[in-house]
Design a binder for this molecule. Structure first.
Ligand code: 6PG
Length: 265
């Protein structure tokens, strides 16, 4: 059975407000980590939702660019498509265009998943890069300071798609996952590694996500169908950064704070 979790879901007015909240969460997590351990290790997702957040982190009009400790930040990806880094589908390409080309993050601190390689090789190399970056020994697994996730309308997160083999892998850090629904391969962090994140947050927007959000967090526990249900962080806390449209099938948030809370047993 899944571990209990307290879900906090701040509901922002619109896309820009969600992106601002996510950029603030990223910045705060990085600063807290550097304060506590001298470095920050954050894993971000791809897809379309995170793009504006990344742009805000780089935009000199916002405070984040000067607040983020870029020289002490190691950036990782939650997952990657099995494509070269210059392809439109590449999560790395999206991140490079929105963020990396505009901030002083040292190249050696950018831990790209090599989507251009055979998926199994790319996953093995990424796992090795994570082990080196975290100085892991034996069966140790990484504790990222922040893991930012998205959610598909089918209830997938990372590249953990319904009824795919990755859902059963509890031993690896990063794996190749064949996704028949998309007739493609992906490389993804495993869900136990995601659950080990000090802070784990979903960034979800738009009316099309409202029903799946309801089904994942209020419906019966059926993680093969809704892999996002596997995300129950060991910290016991989970944040959902939502806009009003995505939150429309969840209990109304507190009027004063515009933040809702769910206790999942
Ligand atoms: C990816 C992401 C994936 C994404 C969801 C939501 O590689 O696509 O990691 O898990 O977060 O599919 O994507 P959107 O933000 O585009 O809705």
């Amino acid at each position: 059975m899944p571990r209990p979790v307290t879900i906090s879901y701040p509901v922002a007015a619109d896309h820009a407000a969600v992106a601002l909240a996510a950029a603030q969460l990223f910045t705060d997590a990085a600063l807290r980590a550097v304060q506590a351990r001298g470095l920050a290790r954050i894993a971000i997702s791809g897809g379309s939702t995170p793009r504006t957040m990344l742009e805000f982190l780089a935009d000199p009009a916002h405070p984040f660019r000067t607040q983020v400790p870029w020289d002490k930040l190691d950036l990782f990806w939650v997952d990657e498509r099995s494509v070269p880094p210059d392809q439109p589908d590449s999560n790395y390409r999206m991140t490079r265009e929105a963020l990396l080309a505009h901030v002083p993050l040292p190249p050696e601190r950018i831990h790209r998943i090599e989507g251009e390689l055979d998926p199994e090789i790319a996953a093995a190399r990424y796992e090795s890069a994570i082990r080196n970056a975290f100085k892991l020994e034996g069966a140790q697994t990484p504790t990222f300071d922040l893991i930012l996730l998205g959610m598909g309308e089918d209830g997938h997160t990372a590249s953990l798609f319904p009824h795919t083999e990755a859902l059963d892998n509890l031993a690896s850090i990063a794996i190749a996952n064949h996704v028949p629904q998309k007739d493609t391969w992906r490389i993804t962090l495993t869900w136990p590694v995601i659950n080990q994140g000090r802070e784990v947050a979903f960034l979800i927007e738009g009316q099309p996500k409202a029903q799946v959000l309801h089904d994942v967090f209020l419906g019966p526990y059926q993680p093969e169908t809704y892999p996002a249900q596997l995300i129950r962080p060991a910290s016991g806390k989970l944040t959902l950064l939502l806009d009003r449209a995505a939150a429309s099938k969840l209990p109304e948030p507190d009027l004063a704070t515009q933040t809702g809370t769910l206790e999942l047993k």
